[in-house]
Design a protein around this ligand. Structure first.
Ligand code: GLV
Length: 302
């Protein structure tokens, strides 16, 4: 059986595919399975490849995959929930702290040789402890961020799908962390109106997907002084970043590294690849993103 490897996968992941023929590239023709990352667009044409019986994505996000087509075509997908929850929550909290304490600005100030003497009001930020944190998306990562917030004595509010929750969380929170997956329902969930509802001086952190936040509106809200800062790991048009954000000192920006620790990336590669190997053996993997396609209607000979 042949598996297409669309981006380089670490040894730990490849070991899970032991015994299968591995080919590198983007073309799934002649392959039984494929391993992709979030930068690979997996559309209906890809999923319709004759003989393709399974997909592994080394990510928890699934917005790069046409899930409706996968369901129609009965293609099971293994993904990487759980194993990246803590690392992503760590980075979310790091961005929250970094934006609150103006760490990006401070580092630039020092490296550029602008620090000539200590002064009482240099780079004053805002307290984190005791403040209110609003979490948009009370899923695994959102709850892991909340656990960290407890250690800082923060009050935590959640916005899920109930009407009115989002408005309340936005208007009462000093910090807002966006941890909701990207879908048609969440694209630009945070736009100009929602940003206007946030408290003056509040800080927005996004470690989910860029398009959940309207980047141009966020740049305006920061540059007008309405928001006190932002910590962003994800962007609407990666790897491009809106010029209004690049120009904004109060935006702490990192290049989509939420799960980027050695331990977590190894675990992700292993989890995704092991799931695909199981699918190809006709076994249901525990990390199936689309359980509705299982049991397979026509079995592994499809
Ligand atoms: C990272 O963004 C992921 O979806 O795994």
């Amino acid at each position: 059986m042949r598996v297409l490897i669309m981006q380089e996968v670490s040894r730990a992941g490849l070991d899970e595919l032991d015994g299968l023929e591995l080919v590198r590239g983007k073309d799934p023709a002649g392959c039984d399975g494929a391993v992709c990352y979030l930068i690979d667009r997996i559309d209906e044409a890809f999923l319709s490849t004759p003989g393709l019986r399974g997909l592994a994505t080394v990510s928890v996000g699934l917005d790069h995959i046409d899930l409706a087509a996968a369901e129609r075509l009965g293609i099971p997908i293994s993904y990487t929930p759980d194993v990246l929850t803590e690392a992503t929550a760590d980075l979310t909290f790091a961005l929250l702290l970094g934006a609150a304490r103006r760490m990006g600005e401070g580092e630039r100030y020092l490296r550029e040789g602008r620090w000539t003497e200590w002064s009482f009001d240099l780079l004053l930020g805002t307290d984190v402890h005791g403040k209110t944190l609003g979490i948009i998306g009370p899923g695994r990562i959102g709850r892991a961020v909340a656990r960290r917030a407890e250690g800082f004595g923060m009050r935590v509010l959640y916005a899920g799908r109930e009407p009115g929750e989002l408005d309340r969380v936005l208007s009462e929170s000093d910090f807002v962390a966006v941890t909701v997956p990207l879908s048609d329902a969440t694209r630009h969930l945070i736009g100009p109106e929602q940003l206007a509802r946030m408290k003056h001086g509040a800080i927005l952190v996004n470690t989910s997907r860029g398009p959940v936040v309207d980047e141009a509106a966020l740049a305006d809200a920061l540059n007008s002084g309405h928001l006190g800062g932002a910590g962003l790991d994800v962007f609407e048009h990666e790897p491009q970043v809106h010029p209004g954000l690049l120009a904004c000192e109060r935006a702490l920006l990192v290049p989509h590294i939420g799960s980027a620790t050695r331990e977590t990336r190894e675990a992700m590669a292993r989890t995704a690849c092991r799931g695909l190997a199981q699918i190809l053996r006709g076994e249901r993997p525990p990390n199936l993103a689309n359980p509705q396609v299982w049991p397979l209607e026509t079995g592994v000979s499809r």
